[in-house]
Design a protein around this ligand. Structure first.
Ligand code: FES
Ligand code: FES
Length: 163
């Protein structure tokens, strides 16, 4: 029987292993160590990745249920918007230990991709799904607002098309 395929940061990978393996565990087993696992039950947002463009908790998804999907992680996002967000994170000191950063980045990227006008409340509401143990929220919000002020256009609906 042919193994199901998932596309990780542009590379097609067969999904072997246990049916019950989560997407987060699967990605880390593939060497995608930017996927961080914290609570492993959907609370902290550390494991957020983009699945077909939607910010998703990889600890709550089964890898095999993602057959055919396009997964992007922080290290697989290299378009203009992602580069601007990375730069803004640096300038606004939006990370300290960095454990929450890949998950926050996925949530922020999804929000910015929607191309809507943003204010502080809207950014805080979207980032509320991510817990930062270092409490670096202010810098994250400033970084997202900084990028939002320059990128008013929605992204393509599917991040698979960003390369
Ligand atoms: S590890 Fe997935 S939400 Fe915390
Ligand atoms: S920067 Fe340390 S957990 Fe967020």
């Amino acid at each position: 029987m042919t193994e199901p395929i998932i596309v990780i940061n542009g590379t097609a990978c067969p999904i072997a292993g246990e049916d019950r393996e989560t997407l987060g565990d699967f990605l880390r087993a593939q060497g995608v160590n930017s996927v961080h696992l914290g609570c492993e039950h959907g609370v902290c947002g550390a494991c957020n990745v983009l699945v077909d463009g939607a910010c998703s908790r990889s600890c709550l998804m089964l890898a095999k249920a993602c057959a055919g999907a396009e997964v992007r992680t922080i290290d697989g996002l290299h378009d203009e918007l992602a580069d601007a967000l990375r730069d803004a994170f640096n300038r606004h000191h939006a990370l300290q230990c960095g454990y929450c950063t890949p998950g926050v980045f996925a949530a922020a990227y999804e929000l910015l991709c929607e191309g809507n006008a943003l204010n502080e409340t809207a950014v805080r509401e979207r980032l509320a799904g991510s817990i930062c143990r270092c409490t670096g929220y202010q810098g994250m919000v400033e970084a997202v607002l900084d990028v939002a002020a320059r990128h008013a256009e929605p992204c393509p609906a599917n991040v698979a098309s960003i390369d």
